[in-house]
Design a protein around this ligand. Structure first.
Ligand code: NAD
Length: 495
């Protein structure tokens, strides 16, 4: 059913939720006492007031982070850093139910999803990088010598320094883990700017970092508005790197501001990912996978597989299957375990998605499922499928960041690849096929940071993550996450 037939009755926050700024191990309000209102997307009503950090608060936080670059943290051996990260992972699991409730209330996502993905992935990310913390090695490199004398050259990896981590609202806990765990494993210190639409899980994570024994000031968390706290963090001369996940619009701006102080930057941005269903695909499995890639987290996923490219021989079956999958979604209270799709994060996001649906209609795509708001309260939109779309329509070119899929037919694999690559983005792609040789060949031809064969979003903390083209700059996670959080230094001794 897609009509919203659930009344939202329970929207109470758990006791002891943190809403203040964490600097130097102490919670406090913003210097100017300002707050912003955090809404519950399922009701549209106020959840809680959260401290809105100012440029002065960011300055305090950067100072606290910098002090630890020559403090206890700098002196801690890798194994000690790893032990703390292991404890953080255990604490995330201990508080899994609480964190799932915070994510559901704050973002509007069904409570089962953070329990299935965000929380185990966040814990797994801390464990993965706990393992790296005492294994960050350099190389010994043979060279030709120096004025006839032999040399001994080697490299070492040192922390980048103070890292500003700026996080979006769609999966805040998980993305915070992606930034914190590798940076801490490598010995950096951080100032984290949570998203103003959903700051609560990151603030709770901050309390777990303290409980795990992280020295005061190693991680400081300043909630606040992007154009105030975020902007101040990017412009701050004592911040060495910005690790940003969010929209291409803000990412482009951050790259320009960061250029003034030559900050290192990694940008994880948006996507318009193709899901290619080939003639020899297991069509039922592909429909299920494609539906998950469209509707998981209400479609508010950077890697959402929003362009479903289907071999003409399966086109009608896939269109019908996706329409049925949309109709089967249970749109409702994010806290109800039976709910499969919750609310979009705010009214602006809902209205943006509705505008795209209107554009799909106007541009001549055929609406086969959804297309309307869900219910009258909160920010719900029905899961929506457009068939008979072409790749030049706005719904096929622009990131919608909502539950809207566009199904496009193709006649052969070359045409599928041409359509798949005809986009400004390059974050991810799925290929559904039973031919192993074809799978590898096409995976090599798609311009995307991640290609999944016969699956969608098969992510893992051990695998590098990042996009090509407008989808980003740099990589996080795996060994690439260590590289991104270290400076490589060469030492040459003339013998
Ligand atoms: P956004 O760009 O609006 O905001 C992201 C963060 O940047 C927020 O914390 C915001 O406060 C901050 N910000 C805003 N203006 C700023 C400024 N001038 N200076 C510094 N910081 C500023 O993005 P969003 O709406 O929160 O998230 C949705 C976007 O994130 C989508 O485009 C999505 O694809 C992308 N995303 C990408 C990935 C990935 O891994 N590639 C993952 C999740 C989301």
């Amino acid at each position: 059913m897609t009509a919203l037939d659930t009344t939202i009755v329970d929207s109470a926050l758990p006791d002891g939720v943190h809403t203040e700024i964490l600097i130097g191990g102490a919670w406090r309000p913003g210097r100017d006492g300002a707050t912003f209102t955090d809404l519950n997307p399922a009701t549209g009503l106020r959840l809680v007031e959260v401290a809105a950090g100012s440029a002065e608060d960011i300055d305090d936080a950067v100072r606290a982070a910098r002090a630890q670059l020559s403090g206890d943290w700098a002196a801690a051996p890798g194994a000690a850093r790893g032990a703390i990260l292991h404890r953080v992972a255990d604490l995330i699991e201990r508080d899994g139910d609480l964190l799932a409730r915070l994510e559901a209330l704050d973002i509007g996502k069904p409570i089962g999803q953070p329990s299935m993905l965000d929380i185990p992935n966040a814990a797994g990310t801390f464990r993965h990088f706990a393992g790296w913390a005492d294994k960050i090695t350099g190389q010994s490199i043979p060279t030709a010598g120096y004025f006839g004398r032999p040399t001994h050259s080697y490299t070492v990896r040192e922390p980048v320094g103070v890292i500003g981590a700026i996080i979006p609202w769609n999966t805040p806990l998980m993305i915070a883990a992606w930034k914190l765990a590798p940076a801490l494993a490598a010995g950096n210190t951080l100032v984290v700017k949570p998203p103003e639409d959903a700051p609560l899980s990151i603030l709770h994570l901050a309390s777990l970092l303290i409980e795990a024994g992280l020295p005061d000031g190693v991680v400081n968390v300043v909630p606040g508005l992007g154009e105030v706290a975020g902007e101040a963090l990017v412009a701050h001369p004592d911040v060495d790197k910005i690790s940003f996940t969010g929209s291409p619009r803000v990412g482009r701006h951050i790259l320009k501001v960061a250029a003034d102080t030559f900050k290192r930057t990694t940008l994880e941005l948006g996507g318009k990912s193709p899901q290619i269903i080939l003639a020899d695909a297991d069509v039922e499995a592909a429909i299920n996978g494609a539906a998950m890639g469209l509707f998981f987290n209400q479609g508010e996923v950077c890697a959402a597989g929003t362009r479903v490219l289907v071999h003409r021989s399966h086109y009608d079956q896939v269109v019908e299957g996706l329409a049925a999958a949309a109709a089967a979604q249970v749109l409702g209270d994010p806290l109800d375990p039976a709910t499969t799709m919750g609310a979009l994060v705010n009214a602006k996001q809902r209205d943006t998605v509705l505008d795209y649906i209107e554009a799909g209609r106007t541009d001549g795509a055929r609406l086969v499922a959804g297309g309307e708001r869900g219910g009258v309260e909160g920010f719900f939109v029905q899961p929506t499928i457009f068939a008979d779309a072409t790749n030049d329509m706005r719904i096929a070119r622009e990131e919608i960041f909502g539950p809207v899929g566009t199904v496009i037919p193709f006649d052969d694999a070359d045409e599928a690849i041409r359509i798949a690559n005809d986009t400004a983005y390059g974050l991810a792609a799925s290929i559904w096929t039973s031919d192993v040789a074809q799978a590898h060949s096409l995976a090599g031809q798609v311009r995307a940071g991640a290609v999944w064969v016969n699956g969608w979003a098969a992510i893992d903390p051990a695998l590098p993550w990042g996009g090509m083209k407008t989808s980003g700059v740099g990589r996080e996670l795996g060994w690439a996450g260590i590289v991104a959080n270290t400076e490589e230094k060469v030492v040459t001794v003339v013998l």
